[in-house]
Design a binder for this molecule. Structure first.
Ligand SMILES: Nc1ncnc2c1ncn2[C@@H]1O[C@H](COP(=O)(O)OP(=O)(O)OP(=O)(O)O)[C@@H](O)[C@H]1O
Ligand SMILES: [Mg+2]
Length: 307
């Protein structure tokens, strides 16, 4: 049997593992991630939109060669969608067939239709099953969208890494999955759940790190443009905007400008492409025109001073 890929042995190894998949983390994130892996604890990531929370789970799955199981949370998410559900249609057919064959030993039939064959496994149950590649990465994405009842249920699952299917028994993970939970903080998550996890607030990257991310993810971008883009985005985050751009928007903007063969920003190009960066009309109206020019002049002056 193939041996599962080893977990990183140090904080530096964790940084290197992520960097290998073009994920450039700061040291504090690598530290909690290293500890979460080492201690077998869920990692709870909170932060603004588009700062690389979900990506962490994807990168872990890819670099460790583990299966990625994603539970996308939404309002009204229930056990049937998150854990398991009986396949009623198949069960009905099986019962009808048994009846047609005159084969109706009640005990036997009810035992048969509540067997694994008729069980539809949803992400949480899948994550507890053994996997030859090693325990999977379980991504519980945007937990703040679910309600508190589901959160309480999740707490139970994360406490023992087991779930009970009343008709069948308890399923317990031999090796607990690597759990990453993300939240955009549209509401506070209960302390009891946070207590089970190691917590990290994912902030916007520093200019230096954001530049490295742009260079890694937008190959072929003109060097001057990459610097201007990052500085403009960093300056925009200091403005009083309804929704500041995340790293996702920086990358989109850098790619869009590269597609347009831009090598250096000018106010007109900036105003025309603001929709890649800002997604609210009020924000765009605030920045386009004279403000865009002002920001660009400021960025140029900064870059000149740095030369
Ligand atoms: N540190 C980083 N290194 C490399 N890429 C990054 C980094 N941070 C963010 N990204 C990139 O930014 C994009 C957005 O990341 P992701 O979807 O993980 O954000 P998120 O925090 O989950 O956002 P949301 O809250 O909107 O779901 C991805 O394409 C990801 O690759
Ligand atoms: Mg996300």
């Amino acid at each position: 049997m193939k041996k599962p890929a080893a977990l990183p042995a140090s904080i530096d190894a964790t940084l290197a593992l992520l960097a290998g998949a073009d994920y450039l983390a700061d040291r504090s994130l690598a530290t909690v991630l290293f500890l979460a892996l080492k201690m077998g604890r869920p990692l709870f990531l909170e932060g603004e939109a588009g700062v690389g929370k979900t990506e962490i789970a994807k990168v872990l799955s890819a670099t460790l060669g583990r299966r990625l199981i994603r539970l996308q949370c939404y309002e009204g998410l229930d056990v049937a969608a998150a854990v398991y559900e009986w396949n009623y249609a198949e069960q009905m057919i099986a019962i009808r067939l048994a009846e047609a064959e005159g084969n109706i030993d009640r005990e036997r039939l009810s035992h048969d239709v509540f067997s694994e064959r008729f069980l539809i496994k949803r992400p949480l149950l899948q994550a507890l099953e053994p996997d030859p590649d090693g325990a999977p990465v379980l991504l519980i994405d945007e937990i703040d969208r679910t309600d508190e009842a589901f959160e309480a249920f999740l707490l139970e699952v994360l406490a023992d890494f087991q779930v009970t299917v009343p008709e069948m028994g308890t399923v317990k993970a031999a090796h607990p999955p690597i759990v990453v939970i993300t939240s955009n903080r549209t509401r506070e998550i209960h302390d009891a759940l946070k207590r089970r996890c190691l917590y990290h607030w994912v902030g916007y990257p520093s200019a230096e790190r954001e530049l490295a991310i742009v260079c890694a993810k937008v190959p072929g971008i003109a060097e001057r443009l990459s610097q201007e883009v990052v500085r403009v985005v960093q300056a925009l985050r200091k403005e009083d905007l309804f929704k500041a751009p995340g790293v996702a928007e920086t990358l989109d903007w850098a790619s869009a400008l590269t597609e347009l063969n831009v090598v250096t920003l000018d106010p007109a190009t900036m105003s025309d492409t603001l929709g890649v960066l800002l997604k609210y009309q009020d924000d765009i109206a605030r920045i386009e025109g004279s403000k865009a020019k002002e920001l660009l002049d400021q960025v140029r002056a900064e870059l000149r001073a740095a030369e």
